[in-house]
Design a protein around this ligand. Structure first.
Ligand SMILES: [Zn+2]
Length: 225
């Protein structure tokens, strides 16, 4: 199995708030929710994404839902003494995770991150762009994640993307998901981001493709078997 990763900040003036995790049996993309002026947290979204990433890797031996719940609990503990975790805009992330273990691929999606699994005749595309649910300070939110599993022997390719990268398909329609997987298998996931940035640059006023952010932080983790 070969895993490749590509990530690029949406702007040159601010660090990316996406994070990519490549662990021994776990792949994930975290996408920090853009902070409001008031969050009740003195650390910031980037800090929160880093802490949660570390905790997820620590619990990577558990099933994704359990691992994420424990990670959220631990990350909250790291700033419960200094920050108001009941604040409605407390730092949080959209997250998509894939775990391969015991001949099974398990996925979890919470928020507008995307998991794409090419499993023989079936193409799974999992994302929650509607509910605006994310992983923040509350363990209970993890219960709303979309989860499922696929026999590992059926899996050909997997892509995990932040919404800033998934827009190559979902917004710009540069290709469909199968073509996107083919492109990444041939040229690597950075080619998907490069082609998308070219389109964004042609439409810097967001006229042809209306969107809030001209370019967003874009991250892809790609697995090819
Ligand atoms: Zn904090």
């Amino acid at each position: 199995m070969r895993t490749q990763m590509a990530t690029e900040a949406g702007r040159t003036t601010a660090p990316s708030e996406d994070r990519a995790l490549v662990g021994p049996n776990l792949l994930a993309v975290l996408d920090g929710v853009t902070a409001k002026p008031e969050t009740g947290c003195e650390h910031g979204v980037g800090w929160f994404a880093d802490q949660l990433s570390g905790e997820i890797l620590r619990f990577a031996h558990l099933e994704p839902g359990v691992a994420l719940a424990k990670a959220v609990e631990q990350a909250a503990e790291l700033h419960s003494g200094t920050c108001d975790l009941d604040h409605p805009d407390s730092p949080s992330v959209a997250i998509a995770m894939v775990q391969t273990k015991d001949d099974v691929l398990r996925y979890l999606v919470l928020g507008d991150a995307t998991v794409v699994v090419d499993a023989k005749s079936e193409l799974l595309v999992v994302s929650d762009t509607q509910t605006k649910r994310t992983a923040g300070a509350k363990v209970a939110d993890v219960g709303h994640a979309l989860t499922g599993e696929v026999p590992l022997r059926d899996v050909r390719r997997v892509a995990i993307l932040s919404d800033g990268a998934a827009r190559a398909v979902e917004l710009f329609n540069l290709f469909d998901w199968r073509q996107a997987l083919e492109l990444m298998a041939a040229n690597g996931p950075d080619d998907l981001i490069r082609r998308m940035r070219a389109v964004e640059k042609e439409d810097v006023k967001a006229v042809e493709w209306p969107r809030k952010k001209i370019s967003d932080d874009a991250t892809v983790v790609f697995l090819d078997r």
